[in-house]
Write a protein that binds this ligand. Structure first.
Ligand code: IPM
Ligand code: MG
Length: 396
């Protein structure tokens, strides 16, 4: 027993040193990248695994089309990055192989297909999720997930903290004895400040007068308590923005409460709560397949589908029926983030029409529905329709 305690202490000691070093790194101010000064902006396209290669191939076709002039003038380069597959990662037991990470770091922004996250009991050993590693390696601290349902008067944007909380040491928990398992949750002043500030800045810039902070600070007092205290302090700097705070349990209920939900606008939360409520929100919009996800840092940004790699679809030979909407939505977020506002807006309108409003083609994930290829064709056609904006307006 003593031996187990000593081992646990040693492990905890190491984690604390690492986290304090991380805090030191966070204290160093880094400027935001300025895309307008880059020539070319390098957009890395990562296929991932499962249905990833199929849907990212189609998202790439759309980016190639929308950025054709910029690509021709060498203002933009699309670069395919191979090798971020579960087979490769398992072979060397690394969440992201070194050579792939080097290639990733040569890009400015990334569009990433889903990557399989091994879980207890499946065929893969327990390596860390490529998503979590990439968010950490590239310091993508803000997971920004918009959800809109005009006819329900829902217009939410979630700012999920993306680099700490229950995730940062999620693969580093302790089996102290056969009977005692302990995981760790980490919240820092610096990590909380930057995500909360980003949410308030967004509200200010977009004339939105409410920010909602989600925690479980009544129970998880130390870490969530810190997050909430920092929110309280930051809010003082934004007197024109009202703010309120909700606990995660009641927040999940209020998101489905028609009387309350349209009052929420900008929502900021620590990592795990943000993970959970953004899936719920996406479902209200029409399913996780309809929502894109932006992972933003000061130096890099990565855009991805909100859903997983659906290995079962591939095993059953159904990859061609995968829904590319979520990744194409992510491509629209990428365009917007890198300053290509008009193509971003067009793509969002085309997607809304094809995947939500008009829905001439329906993806079911099976042979009775449309293929990924057909839906992409439909989106491309819609994009080129001179009446695009007018058509979209009809549904607003
Ligand atoms: C997401 C996903 C990931 C997460 C998984 C795949 C690790 O659910 O992007 O929301 O939990 O962050
Ligand atoms: Mg999730």
């Amino acid at each position: 027993m003593n031996e187990a305690i000593e081992k646990a202490k040693e492990h905890l000691g190491k984690l604390l040193i690492e986290q304090l070093e991380r805090v030191d790194r966070l204290k160093k101010e880094v400027d935001w990248i300025n895309y307008s000064k880059l020539q070319p902006i390098i957009i890395g396209i990562i296929g991932g695994d499962g249905i990833g290669p199929e849907i990212s191939r189609h998202a790439k076709t759309i980016l190639e089309f929308l950025l054709r002039e910029e690509i021709k003038k060498r203002k933009v380069e699309l670069r395919v990055i191979e090798g971020l597959t579960i087979e490769n990662r398992v072979k060397i037991m690394k969440a992201i192989p070194d050579d792939v990470l080097t290639e990733i770091k040569k890009c400015h922004v990334l569009l990433k297909g889903p990557t399989t996250t091994p879980r207890k009991g499946d065929q893969w050993p327990n390596i860390e999720s490529a998503n979590i590693t990439m968010r950490r390696e590239l310091d993508l601290f803000a997971n920004v997930r918009p959800v809109k349902v005009p006819k329900l008067n829902i217009d939410w944007i979630f700012f999920r903290e993306n680099t700490e909380g229950a995730y940062v040491l999620g693969s580093r928990g302790l089996e102290v004895t056969e009977d005692l398992s302990i995981d760790f949750k980490v919240i820092t002043t610096q990590g909380s400040t930057r995500i909360i500030r980003l949410a308030f800045d967004y509200a200010r810039k977009n004339n939105i007068n409410r920010v909602t902070v989600v925690t479980k600070a009544n129970v998880v007092k130390t870490t969530d308590g810190k997050f909430l205290t920092i929110a309280d302090q930051i809010a003082e700097e934004y007197p024109e923005v009202e703010w309120d705070d909700w606990y995660i349990d009641i927040m999940t209920a209020k998101l489905v409460d028609p009387a309350r939900r349209s009052q929420f606008k900008v929502i900021v939360a620590p990592n795990l709560y943000g993970d959970i409520i953004t899936d719920e929100a996406a479902q209200i919009q029409g399913g996780v397949g309809t929502a894109g996800s932006a992972n933003i840092g000061k130096r890099y940004a990565m855009f991805e589908a909100i859903h997983g790699s659906a290995p079962r679809m591939v095993q059953e030979g159904r990859a061609q029926y995968a829904d590319p909407s979520s990744l194409i939505k992510a491509a629209a977020l990428l365009l917007n983030h890198t300053g290509f506002i008009t193509p971003a807006k067009k793509l969002e309108m085309a997607l809304d029409i094809c995947a939500i409003y008009q829905k001439k083609l329906k993806i079911t994930g099976r042979a009775d529905g449309a293929t990924c290829d057909e839906l992409t064709g439909y989106i491309m056609e819609t994009l080129q329709d001179p009446e695009l904006e007018k058509n979209w307006q009809c549904y607003q």
